[in-house]
Structures are given as C-alpha cells and as structure tokens.
Design a protein around this ligand. Structure first.
Ligand code: ATP
Length: 370
C-alpha cells in the first residue's frame, strides 16, 4: 500500500520561542515498519509526529519520501492517515458517513466510496454499528471509527498519537492487538506515539526513545528491553532499581561496582572512565528471591512492602546495608521476612553516571545511596 520505500527525517528540529522541543531527529522509516516514538511527557513525541503530519512547520531539517521532499507540502498533500487521542469524529454524522468522509472529499466515485467504506467497517468490526452516531458508541468503538477513517483511503503512512490513552485497561489491550492486526493485514507503515513502554514494546518493530527533544536510542523491542543505551532509557524502560555506585574494578564488558556497601558484578553498557561514578540498573523481575547457593551479587534483605499482582508479587525490600530494592517474584513473601536475593551479573547493567541528575528513585533509599 505504501507509496514509498523509505521515509527519511533528516535533522528535523522544532523550536518554540527559545525552547527546543525537538532537536535534530534523524530517522529512516522503511515501508511496512511499525515505529513507536516513546518517552516521558514533554520529550517531543507529539512535536515529531506533528512535524511529520505537516501540522507544524520545521525550524530546521527536511523530510523525504524517497527522493521527494515533503516537509514543504501542506498536510493534505502528504496523504497520511491520522488518529489522535481525541477521536475527533463528526458528532452529527453516522459511523458510515464519518468513515466515508475523507473519500467524499477526495471525490472518489460513489461505488468505490461505498466499497472501500464497507471494507474499512469490516476491518474494524463495526458492521453492526454503521448507522449509529458517535455519541451512541463506546470509547473503544469510537476509536475504531477513527482508525477506519484514517486507513480507508489507503494512506502511505498512518500517524497515531496516543490513540488508546482514553480507553480503560481492558479495551486498551484489545485495541492494541487490533492496531497491530490492521497494520499487518493492510501492510501499513505506522508511526505511533506513546508514553507507555509496554505498549511500544508490544506493538512496534522499532522504538525511538526521546528525552528532552533528543533521540536517546533507536532499536528493536529486544534491544531496548535488554540493553538500554543509557541509564535514562533504562529508567524509562522499567529498570526500577537505579543505584548510584563507584567502579572498583573493570575488565572488558564486566565491572565490579560498590553501591551502598554492596559489591556487585555487572555488565558495562557503553564504556566507563576509571574510578567512575556509575549508575547500576536492574529490573524488578531480575532480582531473584532465595538464589540457591548464589555467591555472586547475593544480598540479604528484609521485606518491607508486598503488593499482590495476580501470579506475581511486587515487593520492596531493604538490604542490610540500607538499600531499597524493588522486586517481583512468584514466591510467597511477606513483610518482615528475611530473604536472600541475587541478581545475575548479565542482568545488572552498569552505566556511566552523568553529572546532571539524581534519579528520582534515589529518593527511595534514604541515606543508602548518596
Ligand atoms: P506529552 O506526552 O505530554 O504529549 P510530548 O512528548 O508529546 O508530551 P510535546 O507535546 O512534543 O511533548 O512537547 C515538547 C515540548 O515542547 C514541551 O516542553 C512542550 O511544552 C513544548 N511545546 C509543545 N507545543 C508547544 C507550543 N505550541 N508552544 C510552545 N511550546 C510547545
């Protein structure tokens, strides 16, 4: 369906007054890819999407569809489909009329409009609702109409800005699958903005993580999940345990780090300076309870808080040296329990610290990591 083989963003920047909302975004999107733009609130995701859509002019840079420069074109001439958080449906038009609207504007022959609209209705499974008005539909159904409306004219690129954030948790999961199914079955190229790392990981072929308007990392879900490029990305990707430490010894990709009275062995990501201040990052699910006979990265701790989360428990425990740990486990533990914990060195990531920030998590560990 795509009318291009590559879409290229070349040094795309956008400032608002003196503030850089997006700085020098370089990204090549292959036809058929599902790209997620991911990052905390205010990182520039929507700005990037709006620059692509043509809703915001660039301050610098250019956008190319193969050899054709498109950032100078108005939105309607780019031919992209768009789905926003607010469904932006016409309240006085039926579902069918909402979906057909774009085709009518393009003055497609009546028969083709009818056929394509029926096909889009079928794709989003709204056959039983075509004569209703948006106000008579649930949130999920309204979002389906918005999606059908965006894909009905077979756009070369579909842009979605947090399309699921107004839906409840169950619907969000259902619609997530729906969006991925549509992307695949229609051979769409999709750029999807979200602040939800789980959503991005489950949907996208590649993720672009932004922070303060700058790309931090571009990679596959697996790369982002297992090897965040810096501790900010790790923080964002669910490495809830972030401890400040100091390198004692490093050899190749391994380093021994002292953090809050613990000696920990981990994998260095991205290189270190000697005697460096580092950030240690560990996912809660990578802290094992009762590591049998574990000698590396073993920690004694006391369980403080336990939250039931279905099959697993989410817990906080404090080491004998005072460090607060976040962990997830299937084992039954309770507040007050003394536990032996361990982390596989491959799952303990060591990053160069930067001067800039104390991670917010350090507030969790009074006196322990400062
Ligand atoms: P969110 O998830 O909260 O929507 P985001 O990552 O999409 O955030 P953007 O909306 O792209 O972030 O905003 C990036 C930065 O640019 C923010 O600091 C924001 O305040 C600023 N910004 C965005 N739009 C404007 C505007 N029209 N005028 C001035 N500043 C703006």
């Amino acid at each position: 369906m795509s009318a291009f083989t590559q879409l290229r963003l070349d040094g795309v920047s956008r400032r608002f007054g003196g503030q850089a909302a997006l700085s020098e975004l370089d990204l090549t999107i292959e036809a058929g890819e599902f790209i997620a733009l991911l990052g905390p609130s205010g990182c520039g995701k929507s700005t990037a999407l709006n620059c692509l859509a043509g809703l915001l002019p660039l301050t610098e840079g250019s956008i190319w569809q193969d050899e054709r420069r498109i950032d100078t074109l108005p939105p309607e001439r780019r031919g992209f489909g768009m789905v926003f958080q607010s469904y932006a449906l016409f309240p006085h038009m039926t579902v069918r009329a909402n979906i057909a609207f774009g085709l009518r504007m393009r003055r497609l022959p009546k028969e083709e409009t009818r056929r394509r609209t029926a096909e889009a209705v079928r794709l989003v499974r709204l056959e039983d609702h075509v004569d209703k008005l948006p106000g008579q539909l649930s949130g999920g159904q309204q979002q389906r109409v918005a999606i059908a409306r965006a894909v009905v004219f077979e756009p070369s690129l579909v842009l979605m800005d947090e399309p699921l954030s107004n839906l409840d948790a169950k619907l969000r999961l259902e619609m997530r699958t729906e969006i991925r199914r549509l992307h695949q079955s229609l051979g769409l190229t999709t750029v999807y903005v979200t602040h939800d790392q789980e959503e991005a990981l489950s949907l996208a072929d590649r993720l672009v993580v932004l922070r303060e308007g700058r790309v931090q990392q571009i990679g596959s879900p697996r790369e982002l999940h297992t090897r965040p490029a810096n501790w900010h990305v790790a923080d964002f990707m669910g490495y809830r345990n972030l401890w400040r430490g100091r390198v004692e010894q490093s050899e190749g990709a391994r380093a021994t780090v002292e953090a809050s009275g613990l000696r920990l062995l981990g994998e260095v990501v991205g290189g270190l300076q000697t005697g460096a201040d580092v950030m240690v990052a560990v996912r809660p699910e990578d802290i094992r309870v009762d590591g049998p006979g574990e000698t590396r990265n073993a920690m004694s701790a006391t369980v403080e808080v336990v939250e039931y989360q279905g099959r697993e428990l989410a817990a906080e425990a404090r080491t004998d040296t005072g460090l607060l740990l976040h962990l997830r486990t299937e084992q039954r533990i309770a507040p007050g329990d003394q536990v032996k914990l361990a982390v596989d060195p491959q799952r303990l990531l060591v990053y160069q610290a930067d001067a800039q920030t104390q991670p917010k998590r350090l507030a969790d560990a009074p006196g322990a990591t400062r």
